[in-house]
Design a protein around this ligand. Structure first.
Ligand code: DX5
Ligand code: ZN
Length: 218
């Protein structure tokens, strides 16, 4: 079963609560929260206070994607704010193994994340500490970009490695997912699809979520 993680990055934040309720009613698998610091990526989004507010209105799994410099400094803060999954980038300047351990010690799930140009092999040494691996299919920083097909072999390489280790690893893909690219990502081995623009550009977000999930599962 493929899971969909809608990204609220392009939401209208004055009515974020309504959008989340709509996605909850459509039984979303999780919610993807993109945290950007203007240093690791050239954009600034939101931080712990927004995660804390979202936590108050939903029981859905909060899948937090930290696009921040030296993320180990903020793991406890996001855990306290209510994140369920805490993802960070291999390229962000923290000790990878120690940060994965820190997330687990806070009782949260780990998600090790790589940018499009980072080789798949960079996550191999850490797979046993990963609950999920996120392969970016756009350069991180902005929603609404075009899917990069060239990352798909990395998804397959990570899936094969996890299978060889007998691990039921979640592999998430993030950026440019739509009704055409979702089946390609699934075929490559991804089982969690982040979906921003494809959902938030639709007049009926819940209906689009269901449509995407159906298309990804077929
Ligand atoms: C980009 C973010 C993505 C983005 C996805 O840096 O990590 O989660 O919001 O948006 P779409 O689906 O529009 O590419
Ligand atoms: Zn993201």
């Amino acid at each position: 079963m493929i899971k969909i993680s809608p990204s609220v990055l392009t939401a209208d934040f004055t009515s974020l609560g309504d959008a989340i309720k709509e996605l909850d009613n459509a039984k979303t698998d999780m919610l993807h929260l993109d945290v950007m610091d203007g240093i690791f990526v050239p954009n600034i989004s939101f931080g712990m206070p927004v995660v804390k507010s979202v936590r108050k209105i939903t029981d859905t799994i909060l899948d937090t994607h930290l696009m921040i410099d030296r993320p180990h400094r903020y793991i406890e803060a996001f855990a306290e704010a209510g994140s369920d999954i805490i993802g960070f980038h291999t390229e962000a300047g923290s000790d990878i193994g120690a940060t994965l351990d820190l997330i687990h010690s806070c009782g949260k799930k780990t998600c090790l994340t790589i940018k499009p140009k980072t080789p798949a092999e960079d996550v191999f040494d850490y797979l046993e500490k990963c609950d999920m691996v996120l392969v970016m299919s756009v350069e991180p920083g902005f929603g609404g970009q075009k899917f990069m097909n060239e990352v798909l072999p990395k998804v397959t390489a990570i899936r094969e490695r996890a299978n060889a280790l007998g691990m039921p690893l979640d592999i998430e893909i993030d950026g440019g997912i739509n009704l055409e690219t979702a089946p390609l990502a699934v075929k490559a081995g991804a089982n969690v699809l982040v979906a921003g623009n494809v959902i938030f550009s639709a007049p009926d977000k819940g209906a689009r979520l269901k449509e995407l999930r159906e298309c990804a599962n077929n």
